[in-house]
Write a protein that binds this ligand. Structure first.
Ligand SMILES: Cc1cc2nc3c(=O)[nH]c(=O)nc-3n(C[C@H](O)[C@H](O)[C@H](O)COP(=O)(O)OP(=O)(O)OC[C@H]3O[C@@H](n4cnc5c(N)ncnc54)[C@H](O)[C@@H]3O)c2cc1C
Length: 386
């Protein structure tokens, strides 16, 4: 699975992890024959997702005592890459559970919340979602309108979250809301009658995972639903997003690699003008351009993972990698789609599905513009958001 590329990640992993990653890649590739029809029918394969958790792919970097695997960030990134070679929805599931839910509860939750939820999420028994985006606030989460108002013994939650991955299937949501003290996060069990849920039905992207809306109508939640560490405000949400963005950078390159490998194989086999497409210089240039971008991203990701693992990461570097990977992966998906002519738009060849998924991957967890401004702020010291 590694041999085609100049960078062989195997060289950077302990032997045991390399073998484990191979098992994950095998599991993911078994999903491939079914994924096109799940995508077309907008079906979320919940049993696969539970299986991913059972295989230890949720919370892999976290301590064993809370259900994690104590694996390196490089290993986590490579899980994301292998899953997204099949479909971005598989990686999205792992990102939401590991980086957005488990990381948030582990870092900012009370001991009681950690004890109750973390192992259950890691094992796939419970599923969470992360509710930050609202109809009127996406790139600017500080503009959120959801409020948590203090009442005796708890809070009243009122507001509308939208574009939330797994909103309609999750057992609980980490819901970000404004209090009189600032923005904080609340762990809300979602099986309550004053929470309305809607599925976003007509998505043209990421169709093998549910996305939905959550509407809270004066919903009572107990005092201990608040994650105490998130009283520090929006920066705690951004810390969780950064964890997810790390995995997304690796994942986007997984999609890109899948598109590249499919197109390379296609161009070797497909003949026009009595010669394989791969023998034409213009075709070779397109393939080399794709390979070039993949190789550059792989080098960047090795450095990124190293900094995550030794605790020296600068968030601007995560933004740079997410921005680069999504931009390059979209270009690769478009190029490879074109290399395959009409067959490129046939879902049976997978490239078109990756291309449409990547439109979401480039949008969520910060668009290209947002990451440009984060890196711009790092370089110039000027904050272009305010
Ligand atoms: C399938 C899917 C799943 C998702 N899952 C989740 C989830 O689980 N949880 C969650 O909370 N959210 C989720 N999201 C929401 C996602 O994070 C937002 O869509 C994203 O943050 C962008 O916000 P927006 O769509 O409101 O776009 P907007 O913020 O309205 O942006 C629209 C355009 O304006 C540009 N723009 C905005 N501000 C600036 C600026 N200052 N300078 C230059 N350009 C700017 C943006 O780059 C973009 O191109 C999901 C989205 C999708 C599509």
């Amino acid at each position: 699975m590694f041999s085609k590329y100049l960078i062989d990640y195997k060289d950077y992993l302990p032997e045991k992890d390399s073998a484990y990653l191979k098992d994950i890649a095998e599991f993911a590739s078994q999903a491939l024959p079914e994924i096109a029809s799940l995508f077309e029918n907008a079906t979320t394969p919940v049993s696969w997702y539970k299986q991913l958790a059972k295989m230890g792919m949720v919370g892999s970097t976290l301590p064993k005592c809370i259900g994690g695997q104590e694996k390196s960030y490089l290993f986590y990134g490579l899980i994301c890459q292998e899953l997204e070679k099949i479909d971005s929805s598989l990686r999205t599931f792992v990102s939401v559970q590991s980086s957005l839910c488990m990381y948030c509860i582990h870092r900012y939750g009370s001991l009681k919340q950690q004890d109750y939820w973390l192992k259950a999420i890691a094992s796939g028994e419970m599923m969470g979602c992360f509710g930050l985006t609202e109809p009127e606030s996406g790139s600017d989460p500080a503009g959120m309108q959801t409020t948590a108002t203090k009442v005796a013994g708890g809070w009243h939650l009122t507001g509308h979250k939208t574009w939330i991955s797994l909103a309609n299937l999750a057992d609980f949501g980490l819901i970000w809301a404004k209090t009189t003290e600032g923005i904080a996060c609340f762990l809300v069990e979602l099986n309550q009658s004053n929470i309305a849920k809607k599925v976003i039905q007509q998505k043209g992207s990421l169709r093998a995972i549910n996305t939905g809306e959550l509407i809270f109508n004066n919903c009572f939640i107990a005092d201990d639903a608040q994650l105490p560490g998130t009283q520090a405000g929006l920066k705690t949400a951004l810390a969780c997003l950064n964890q997810a963005r790390f995995g997304i950078a690796f994942g986007a390159m997984g999609s890109a690699q899948a598109c590249f490998e499919i197109a390379l194989d296609y161009c070797k086999k497909r003949k026009q003008f009595n010669r394989p497409l791969a023998s034409f210089q213009l075709i070779q240039k397109e393939l080399v351009d794709c390979y070039n971008e993949i190789t550059k991203a792989q080098c960047l990701h090795l450095e990124l993972a190293k900094s995550m693992d030794n605790g020296t990461i600068n968030p601007a570097m995560i933004s740079l990698a997410k921005r680069n990977a999504c931009h390059a992966a979209l270009k690769i998906a478009r190029k490879t789609r074109a290399l395959m002519g009409a067959n490129g738009i046939d879902f049976n060849y997978h490239v078109m599905r990756h291309l449409t998924n990547l439109e979401t991957v480039a949008t969520y967890e910060g668009t290209e513009n947002v990451h440009t401004l984060i890196v711009g702020n790092f370089l110039t010291g000027e904050n272009a958001f305010t």
